[in-house]
Design a protein around this ligand. Structure first.
Ligand SMILES: Nc1ncnc2c1ncn2[C@@H]1O[C@H](COP(=O)(O)OP(=O)(O)OP(=O)(O)O)[C@@H](O)[C@H]1O
Ligand SMILES: [Mg+2]
Length: 482
């Protein structure tokens, strides 16, 4: 992972933008993104992995509409610093507190102070990130020993992120490697993969890792939309080009000049539109509907499809020349079933995300529930997993674990291979009770297996003889008579 820190600056104050640009420059590893208002800031937070938000507080924005408050709930690990005028100091301090921001700065902002506050806030985020990972490792190693005896080594070694793409699988790592290379170029990218595998997220990641990141990425869905509408959306039209075209319209291709256009469901475009798109890809030419004028635009095309374009080419339903042009880079996103090792981490990621959104404390997911999630084929891929986790978080008890009983029926029915503890399902409602019930079962099993050879069992389980004797007494274990 690179050490670039992404900083989102929400302000419509030119002075703030200027001071931030000088105080936090790229040479020091900062990547700055600017947004005028809360809505744009929220969109950015959803799209990009932001490390710190610099938030220019405005009294007119309510908590519900505030990107600052939303950031705290949905992306708690994104650091927050607020700025405000002396005139709204009391409200500004209140909002800073409600959003658990790192610190507030009064305007006009002092560059040196901003630089230092940013540095400290990011250090704090890094420390708590490490703390979280260590805690999780500890918890996992404890769980693994006690519940399954199986190591989920992939999670323990930390994990990878490409923008908001979360994964541990080698398949995704390879894909992201290719995507990084694609991001550095201006070539078109064709992303294929089943529904819900993360094609759009990957497209955003490519955009935000490209030179175009400070220009917009526009999304156009090409499915279920009349040809003339699609053409006018993308290429624009002149007044009177078709009934209802009452004024000129600037198409996305020109509006997004310098940026990226994401064409979703590219398989659905008409033969006529295929020609227009090909012309754009070959010559960079854009001809608005009803106009004779050829305009030019410099946008990068990323197209996605959940149907195989190659197959459509074979059937004569998609132009071969267009297919070749589109796949400057051709990326195939694997289904979730092809990379089940991503399921535990994605689950954890979504648990944190939704627990944050609804303000609920969830301690984690029990191994038993997790194993069922891992065994389920997820025809709807990551989106289906995300929806499932969102639902589970909603039905879980405050401060508890997400367990088997919280899974939807279709997943809870999934049989899992019995291993290690013989498919033992711990009883009890608190973790302590469950752990104890399991410990009792393990000790009893080991004793039975060795025909109550206590020294052997003590040695196998890494206990002292006295320790074992105490457990036998505590759990009231007796030798079965045959
Ligand atoms: N690797 C991932 N890490 C985190 N979130 C992911 C990942 N992959 C997908 N998601 C999430 O899953 C959901 C579906 O992803 P996305 O919309 O990118 O899929 P898609 O392939 O475009 O689906 P469709 O073909 O149905 O349009 C989104 O909410 C996205 O944020
Ligand atoms: Mg999509």
């Amino acid at each position: 992972m690179s050490n670039v820190q992404t900083i989102l600056i929400k302000s419509n104050d030119a002075q703030v933008a200027e001071i931030a640009s000088t105080a936090l420059n790229e040479a020091e590893g900062y990547r700055l993104m600017f947004c005028d208002d809360d809505r744009a800031a929220m969109r950015r937070l959803d799209e990009v992995h932001v490390n710190l938000m610099l938030y220019d507080y405005q009294a007119s924005v309510s908590d519900d509409e505030s990107a600052l408050i939303r950031c705290r709930l949905a992306y708690p690990s994104c650091a927050r610093i607020t700025l405000f005028d002396a005139a709204v100091e009391a409200e500004g301090v209140g909002a800073t507190d409600r959003a658990a921001a790192f610190v507030f700065l009064k305007k006009p902002v002092n560059a040196a102070q901003l630089r230092l506050a940013t540095k400290r806030a990011l250090e704090q985020v890094e420390l708590s990130r490490r703390h979280r990972i260590l805690t999780r490792e500890l918890k996992l190693s404890v769980d693994d020993d006690l519940f399954t005896g199986r190591l989920t080594s992939s999670v323990q070694g930390g994990y990878s992120q490409f923008e908001r793409l979360v994964f541990v699988s080698a398949k995704m790592a390879d894909l992201v490697e290719e995507a990084r290379i694609a991001a550095k170029t201006n070539m078109p990218v064709l992303i294929q993969g089943d529904t819900g595998t993360g094609k759009e997220l990957l497209a955003r990641a490519i955009h935000f890792n490209s030179q175009r990141r400070n220009s917009p990425m526009h999304v156009q869905n090409c499915g279920g939309i009349a040809d003339v509408v699609l053409q006018s959306e993308l290429f624009g039209h002149v007044r009177g080009a078709f009934p209802g075209a009452i004024s000129d319209r600037l198409g996305l291709f020109r509006a997004a000049d310098g940026g990226t256009i994401f064409l979703d469901e590219i398989s659905e475009i008409s033969a006529q539109f295929q020609v227009a798109l090909l012309r754009f890809l070959q010559e960079g030419e854009v001809k608005p509907l009803g106009s004779d004028e050829m305009l030019h635009s410099n946008v990068r095309i990323i197209a996605a499809s959940n149907k195989s374009i190659e197959g459509m080419v074979e059937q004569g339903r998609f132009r071969r020349d267009l297919f070749y042009r589109l796949r400057g880079f051709q990326l195939q996103v694997p289904t979730l079933a092809e990379r089940p090792e991503d399921i535990p981490l994605l689950t954890q990621f979504f648990v944190e995300k939704y627990a944050g959104v609804v303000g609920r404390r969830v301690l984690g997911v029990t191994t038993d529930a997790l194993r069922r999630l891992e065994a389920y084929p997820f025809p709807g891929n990551v989106r289906e997993l995300e929806n499932e986790v969102q639902r589970m978080v909603a039905v879980a008890e405050q401060g508890g674990y997400i367990a088997w009983r919280h899974l939807s029926e279709r997943i809870s029915r999934i049989p899992i291979r019995e291993e290690g503890t013989g498919g033992f399902v711990p009883v009890g409602s608190t973790l302590k009770d469950m752990v104890e019930s399991l410990e009792r079962a393990i000790v009893a099993q080991a004793l039975d297996r060795s025909h109550w050879n206590q020294s052997k069992v003590a040695q196998d389980l890494g206990l002292s003889r006295v320790g074992l004797a105490n457990k036998i007494k505590r759990y009231d274990l007796t030798r079965k008579k045959r």
